[in-house]
Design a protein around this ligand. Structure first.
Ligand code: XIL
Length: 331
């Protein structure tokens, strides 16, 4: 059976990527990956805990293996992620005495220096290979009055870490495209906070190229109308948009659990992928890449031992699902 390549089918529109780990760059997974995708993101291997497990000691081995695979196969690489509140090493938020950092001027200076050191080393290392970076990830929390997530970053530095991260990343690789990445960007309240932040950054001359929309979705959400409104909103600021972590959960609530995916649910998922990619193609001048958060259903962050999920284009046997057909056959 010779099915069409996803990225070749969409070559008039945008590159199509997958989030990967080491197990995807050998054997049958690597064959599937290179056939259907022309971009990759490291699912975990470029996060702070992976790259700088102890201060000043960088471990690029696994990330380099993924990047070298991509280069050898003419694939783009998105970098994910420089600054986040998760998957950080424990030393990062310890003060000079090894205690948990409290918000003091000394600790603010120390933490911003660590941020600068990390970004210079990482972006410098991948310079010319990683074309786009998720510079900051998930900094918006719409439940806060000012919209800023109360992370350790915010607690110690206020919003200053965001601007600093973009400025340093741009210095380290002036050619890299720089994104602010977040989930639920179609939510009107969250979207408004994100909009005000990026407008403010742009006004102050901060080097930001665009917004990364994670787009962790499900079979009934979001609507294409909300996707189109969201992308057009940010495009109106002169910003690029990338879909960075697309997947479509088979669940619309947090309690349902299937032992195996019902066929009617897989069909619904196929229609949701079709509808989302219709919107993305319609928005092709505003969206410069679309990345799936995984290659096949045998490896997805949405599956737990007690609650499986099947959110991607290919099943556990690496066979095309209705979701795949929704992407390549928009009729
Ligand atoms: C997830 C990975 O997929 C998991 O393997 C890991 O255990 C936790 O992180 N938003 C993001 C991604 O920006 O980095 C997250 O990736 C998924 C949610």
């Amino acid at each position: 059976l010779n099915i069409p390549s996803v990225y070749q089918t969409l070559s008039d529109y945008f590159p199509v990527g997958a989030a990967i780990w080491q197990g995807n760059i050998t054997g049958p997974h690597s064959v599937l990956l290179t056939k259907h995708f022309n971009s990759i993101t490291a699912e975990n291997d470029m996060k702070w805990d992976a790259l700088e497990p102890t201060e000043g000691n960088f471990n690029f081995a696994t990330a380099d293996a993924l990047v070298n695979f991509a280069m050898a196969n003419n694939m783009l690489v998105r970098g994910h992620t420089l600054v986040w509140h998760n998957q950080n090493p424990s030393w990062l938020f310890k003060d000079a005495n090894g205690n948990d950092m409290q918000p003091t001027p000394e600790n603010k200076a120390l933490l911003l220096q660590r941020l600068e050191n990390h970004i210079r080393a990482v972006v410098g290392h991948f310079r010319g290979k990683v074309y786009a970076w998720d510079v900051v990830n998930e900094v918006i929390d719409p439940s806060q009055p000012d919209g800023f997530r109360r992370s350790k970053w915010y607690e110690i530095t206020g919003p200053d870490y965001i601007e600093r991260a973009f400025r340093v990343a741009h210095e380290a690789d002036p050619n890299a495209k720089l994104y602010i990445n977040d989930y639920n960007t179609t939510d009107p309240v969250k979207r408004a906070f994100l909009y005000n932040l990026v407008r403010d950054l742009k006004q102050r001359g901060v080097p930001i190229d665009g917004v990364g929309h994670q787009m962790h979705s499900n079979i009934a959400w979001p609507s294409t109308a909300d996707v189109i409104a969201t992308i057009n909103l940010f495009a109106g600021l002169g910003l690029d948009n990338q879909i960075t972590e697309l997947d479509v959960s088979v669940y619309t609530d947090s309690t349902t659990s299937y032992a195996s995916p019902p066929q009617d649910v897989l069909i619904k998922q196929g229609y949701q992928y079709r509808d989302l990619f219709r919107a993305f193609r319609y928005l092709k001048d505003e969206i410069s890449s679309v990345t799936l958060w995984g290659l096949a259903d045998d490896h997805t962050w949405l599956s737990t031992p007690t609650r499986l999920n099947w959110p991607l284009l290919f099943n556990e046997q690496l066979k095309a699902k209705p979701a795949y057909w929704g992407v390549v056959d928009p009729s």
